[in-house]
Design a binder for this molecule. Structure first.
Ligand SMILES: CC(C)(COP(=O)(O)OP(=O)(O)OC[C@H]1O[C@@H](n2cnc3c(N)ncnc32)[C@H](O)[C@@H]1OP(=O)(O)O)[C@@H](O)C(=O)NCCC(=O)NCCS
Length: 301
C-alpha cells in the first residue's frame, strides 16, 4: 500500500442522487469524493452489514462534510509467463497502481432530530415503535433487531408532533430536545457518523487518521456551521438578540454501534447513559459525546 491520503468534501449538491442505485450509477454532477465515500459505505454497511442500499444515502449527506481516505494499491493485471522448458521469462508481469477509497466518515451539522427514545428502532431514518398486538406493551429486543416476546410485533410509525415536524424541517436548532447525561437538550452539536473502513484495511488506524483529520478541521473551522445572520436574517433565525444565535461550542455526538464503543472511547467520547440504547437498521446503538476545546473565533455575521 502506498502512502494514504485524505480528501475532504464540504456540503455539496447531491440533488438527483438515486438511492436505489449504487454509487457508480449516479448523475455526473455528484462530486467524486462523495461517490468514493459511497463506494466504501456500500461495501461496509450494505454488503457487509446488510443495510438496504436505499437506506444508505440520506438527506444529511448533502449538508455534511465528508472525509475519504485513499490508498495506492498495486495489482497484477497480467501474470508473468515463462517458457516451460527453459524457465526463461517470455512475458514479464504487468501491473497497475490504482488509487482506491478505503475509508470514510462524515460530520453532520446541527440541527438534528430529537435524541432517539431508549428502546426505539429506526428503519431508513424513520422512527418506528414496536408494540404488542394484545396488551400494547413495548417489546424487548434480542440484540439482533428482533422482537422477542410472544405476541405478534408490528411496526408502528410514531406520530410526529408539529414541534417534531418543524424541528426536522428547520435550518436551525429548534425547540428543546430531552436533556441527557451530556447534552442539556439545547446546545448545538455536530454528529460524527457513517464511519467505515473496508475490511482488508482495518487495524491500520485508518479510522483514527480520518477522525484526526475531521477533528483538526472542526477545531480550525469552529464557526463553519454557525448560521449567518446576513444570509438568514434575525426573523428566520427566530432569535431576538445576537446573543441568542445558535453557536457551536465544540460538542460532538455520535450514534455508536455497540460493538465500536471502545474505539470511540479511545478518542475521548463518553457513553451518554441518559440517551439509552436503540436500534438503527436493526443494529444496537448508544449515544456518545465529546467536547472539543475550540478557540473563540470571530462569529459569522
Ligand atoms: C470501526 C472501523 C471503522 C474501525 O476502522 P479501523 O481503521 O480498523 O480502526 P483503527 O485501526 O483506527 O482503530 C483504532 C483503535 O480502535 C481499535 N478498534 C478498531 N475497531 C474496533 C472495534 N470494532 N472494537 C474495539 N476496538 C476497535 C483498534 O484496535 C485500534 O486500537 P489501538 O489504537 O489500541 O491499536 C472498522 O472496523 C469498520 O469499518 N467497521 C464496520 C463499520 C462500523 O462498524 N462502523 C462504525 C459505525 S458506529
Amino acid at each position: 500500500m502506498g502512502t494514504p491520503f485524505i480528501s475532504h468534501l464540504e456540503p455539496s449538491r447531491l440533488d438527483g442522487y438515486d438511492r436505489t442505485r449504487p454509487y457508480d450509477q449516479q448523475p455526473g454532477h455528484v462530486p467524486k469524493t462523495f461517490s468514493d465515500a459511497m463506494q466504501v459505505r456500500e461495501a461496509v454497511f450494505v454488503r457487509e452489514q446488510g443495510v438496504p442500499l436505499t437506506n444508505e444515502h440520506d438527506p444529511d449527506d448533502a449538508r455534511s462534510c465528508h472525509w475519504v481516505m485513499y490508498a495506492s494499491v498495486n495489482s497484477t493485471t497480467e501474470p508473468e509467463e515463462r517458457d516451460p522448458r527453459s524457465g526463461q521469462v517470455t512475458k514479464p508481469r504487468k501491473s497497475e497502481t490504482r488509487t482506491l477509497p478505503i475509508g470514510t466518515l462524515r460530520v453532520v451539522p446541527f440541527p438534528h432530530p430529537p435524541h432517539p427514545p431508549p428502546g426505539s428502532r429506526y428503519v431508513d431514518n424513520v422512527l418506528v415503535d414496536y408494540e404488542s398486538d394484545d396488551d400494547g406493551e413495548k417489546k424487548k429486543e434480542d440484540g439482533h433487531g428482533t422482537a422477542t416476546s410472544s405476541g405478534t410485533a408490528r411496526p408502528r410509525a410514531r406520530t410526529l408532533t408539529s414541534v417534531d415536524e418543524e424541528r426536522q424541517a428547520s435550518a436551525l436548532p429548534f425547540g428543546a430536545d430531552r436533556p441527557t447525561t451530556y447534552h442539556d437538550g439545547k446546545e448545538p452539536y455536530v454528529k460524527l457518523g457513517r464511519m467505515a473502513v473496508i475490511p482488508e484495511f482495518r487495524g491500520h488506524h485508518i479510522a483514527g487518521q480520518l477522525w484526526r483529520a475531521a477533528k483538526k478541521w472542526l477545531e480550525d473551522n469552529p464557526t463553519f456551521f454557525n448560521p449567518s445572520v446576513t444570509e438568514m436574517g434575525m426573523d428566520q433565525l427566530k432569535v431576538g438578540t445576537a446573543a441568542d444565535i445558535p453557536k457551536w461550542n465544540g460538542l460532538v455526538c455520535c450514534h455508536a454501534q455497540e460493538s465500536v464503543v471502545k474505539l470511540y472511547e479511545r478518542w475521548g467520547f463518553k457513553v451518554d447513559e441518559g440517551m439509552g440504547r436503540w436500534y438503527e437498521e436493526g443494529i444496537p446503538h448508544v449515544g456518545m459525546f465529546l467536547r472539543l476545546h475550540i478557540k473563540e473565533r470571530t462569529p459569522k455575521v
